[in-house]
Ligand binder design. Structure first.
Ligand code: AHR
Length: 708
């Protein structure tokens, strides 16, 4: 009898022998793919490829949202004005800045410094003695991007103090904190605003506003324009300064560079263009964990993200920093509009990241009502309450939307409450909007014990997969055998997690293999989107923490420039080269490779099975006759493939071909080497009904076979 580890060793050796034989035997024969064009009848889902977004890795603040000022309403930290510093001559000690929060219940005169319920914290600059220039500087999000011939819109609230005692009711206690030094009220006059190098030696752009004599808040605005001959840099700060004594208060300090389509409060053009190039059909927002929040009270507060910035307090966020909510509900919708994508709205469903939930029933009703309001804001006409608000916010036309997702990753809620919560949401939403389809966040296949069983089966389920490349290769055909009579699948988050902060070539090979599986099954997989989409790639500095929280992301950037990972380019070419019908492919002799033992295999005492080395999918554009054949070679060797086209009588002998490849799996793009791995175009010659094609090592290829 063979026992314990001996049994395992024996099993492994047998497997190794067997797999070597399998590998050798299959590798000896050229893999053969027969594309059956006589049966290219099943439509490809028209919404197959989309995008997913949330505030993670400084995706918006310090990312897509073009605002350059960090901590513009001084709420990022309760104890210090993060991102801000004092500008003064080294010798002067008679200057100070302090964070003033209304809730600190400082002396009465300070309490008057809240502008409104959203802007309750401000910055106070006390200048007791003027000795040249004094002011406040903002470091931006890991620097401020300065570009030549560029116009920046600056704005801020400021007031000088009159130093008089405020009225106090008889029952109010006297202030306990020491009074401010009495200084001459001399604040009125020019205030200088500039974008300059961090050492203050180079001024890239500057202007002045004339501070009027008033103790009330007033907003000042100006434009700053850089010269044509400057070099782009992130080594810059934003400074507001004076040369007069006085006590100055600041709030909502903002600096915007040009934005995509010149939208006010808009987005970075480079990142928007990268998304446009991906041709996404939808945008899933606002999360992800960002939808849910750490606690029930921290869910995405969509109502407080509407209207002027003056009314946006920001909120706690789910990834360790405080979002400004400058990227609010309307901005998400305009983002969709600008990239030609349909909104796929995630509504908060009463479950938060700390594991709390609200049971279905009367307690959940306010959450359901809130979701109905939110949906009305998106698709209601101008005669509805929230539709009218949207119109007042500048967008009278309702947005087109078909899918609403109820919560996010509710499989974490092991209480089993999702069944009731989902059903309550779905019934209310479908009653008011029968055309809307509610997506369940619990996938039957992944969590059979937690799935929704009450009432009708959900029409669409959201599955999430974060895997390494071996797991992607091993599971690339998982949907080939899914039940066609069950719900449709939305792969709402997925990624091959190798490389950081953006993923590497091997991850792109994992992604490409996975995507071939989704394409082959795009009758079932109606939508899919990678996550996370964005990452600010800055590491920690003396004053700021590392910018990202999630290690494997698609698009990287700093304040000045951006780049796509190899996986970004795979997604771009897959989406740009997609037909409208699935071409069935019969695959023979696909080579296999032994898969190393993973930690999971070891823990679960399972022997890893060999995985294919070559992956494929084919779709046809029935209007143009173009067949898009996608091929992935995950190995370090050239791989010949025999391609047969069944049912084709005439075809072009030349096929436009797009290839992404590299020398080694860890090859990658980065902020300093942004285009190491990018798609290259070529022409494959000698194409006919039956031809052999060579796949380069570590490559993803798309052949555009012209069959008309
Ligand atoms: O994409 C990062 C996170 O992964 C998402 O916020 C969450 O939904 C998932 O667990």
């Amino acid at each position: 009898m063979v026992k314990g580890w001996k049994k395992t060793v024996l099993k492994m050796s047998l497997w190794l022998v067997a797999s070597t034989i399998v590998t050798n035997v299959l590798q000896a024969q050229t893999p053969r793919l027969t594309l059956d064009l006589t049966k290219a009848e099943t439509p490809v889902s028209p919404m197959l490829y989309g995008l997913m977004t949330e505030e993670i890795n400084h995706s918006y603040d310090g990312g897509l949202y073009a605002e350059l000022i960090r901590n513009r309403i001084f709420k990022d930290s309760k104890t210090s004005p993060e991102g801000w510093s004092l500008v003064k001559k080294d010798s002067s000690s008679l200057v100070a800045i302090k964070l003033i929060a209304a809730e600190e219940q400082v002396p009465n005169d300070e309490r008057r410094n809240a502008i409104n319920g959203a802007l309750q914290t401000c910055l106070r600059l006390t200048v007791e003695k003027a000795d040249g220039r004094v002011g406040i500087a903002n470091e931006g999000y890991w620097g401020i991007a300065v570009k030549p011939s560029t116009m920046y819109n600056a704005s801020f609230y400021i007031k000088g103090t009159d130093r008089s005692e405020p009225p106090r009711w008889p029952w109010e206690p006297k202030p306990t904190t020491p009074p401010l030094p009495v200084i001459e009220n001399n604040t009125a006059g020019p205030i200088t605003v500039s974008i300059e190098s961090n050492d203050g030696k180079t001024v890239y752009a500057s202007g002045t506003v004339n501070l009027i004599k008033s103790t009330y808040w007033k907003k000042y605005q100006l434009t700053l324009t850089t010269a044509a001959n400057i070099q782009p840099t992130t080594d810059a700060r934003f400074v507001i300064s004076t040369d007069r004594v006085g006590v100055y208060y600041f709030n909502l300090v903002s600096l915007f560079p040009p934005t995509f389509k010149n939208r006010p409060n808009g987005n970075r053009p480079d990142l928007m263009q990268m998304m446009v190039d991906m041709k996404p059909k939808f945008l899933r927002f606002p999360g992800g964990n960002f939808l849910e929040g750490p606690m029930l009270t921290d869910a995405f507060p969509w109502k407080e993200t509407l209207g002027p910035l003056e009314q946006r307090p920001g909120h706690k966020g789910s990834w360790g920093y405080r979002p400004t909510d400058g990227m609010g509900l309307l901005e998400f919708l305009l983002w969709c509009e600008d990239i030609g994508a349909e909104p796929l709205l995630g509504v908060f469903a009463g479950y938060s990241l700390n594991g709390d939930h609200v049971d279905a029933g009367p307690l959940l009703k306010p959450y359901v009502d809130d979701a109905l309001d939110e949906i009305e804001y998106v698709i209601g006409n101008v005669n509805t309450y929230w539709g009218a608000k949207r119109a007042a916010d500048g967008h009278p036309a309702p947005f087109k939307m078909k899918y609403v997702e109820i919560g996010n990753e509710d499989w974490f809620d092991r209480s089993g409450s999702y069944d009731g919560r989902f059903t309550q949401f779905r019934e209310a939403i479908e009653k008011k909007y029968p055309h809307l389809i509610c997506i369940s966040t619990i996938a039957d296949a992944q969590y059979p014990k937690l799935k929704v069983t009450t009432g009708q089966k959900p029409a669409v389920l959201d599955e999430h997969y974060y895997r390494d490349s071996w797991e992607m290769w091993a599971n690339a055909s998982q949907y080939d055998s899914y039940d066609r009579k069950g719900p449709k699948i939305f792969v709402g988050e997925w990624a091959t997690r190798e490389g950081e902060p953006t993923t590497n070539l091997n991850a792109a090979l994992g992604d490409a293999a996975w995507m071939t599986g989704m394409e082959r099954n795009s009758d079932l997989i109606i939508m899919s989107c990678y996550a996370p989409l964005f990452v600010n790639v800055n590491t920690a500095t003396a004053t700021a923490t590392k910018a990202w929280q999630w290690d494997s992301d698609l698009i990287g950037y700093n304040a000045l420039s951006s780049y796509g990972s190899p996986a970004y380019y795979v997604q771009k070419i897959f989406s740009q080269n997609l037909g409208n019908s699935i071409v069935p492919v019969i695959a023979e002799n696909i080579p296999m490779q032994g898969r190393p033992m993973s930690k999971r295999d070891s823990a679960e005492k399972t022997t890893p099975k060999p995985v294919p080395t070559v992956f494929y999918s084919a779709t046809k554009d029935t209007n143009t006759g173009t067949v898009y054949l996608k091929l992935v070679n995950t190995t370090d060797k050239d791989q010949p493939v025999q391609i047969n086209l069944k049912g084709v009588t005439t075809m072009s002998a030349n096929a436009n071909t797009i290839i992404i490849k590299g020398n080694k799996p860890t090859d990658t793009n980065s902020i300093i080497e942004p285009e190491k791995i990018v798609p290259a175009k070529s022409v494959t010659k000698g194409v006919k009904q039956n031809f052999e094609h060579m796949l380069p090592p570590y490559s993803v290829s798309i052949l555009q076979l012209q069959t008309k």
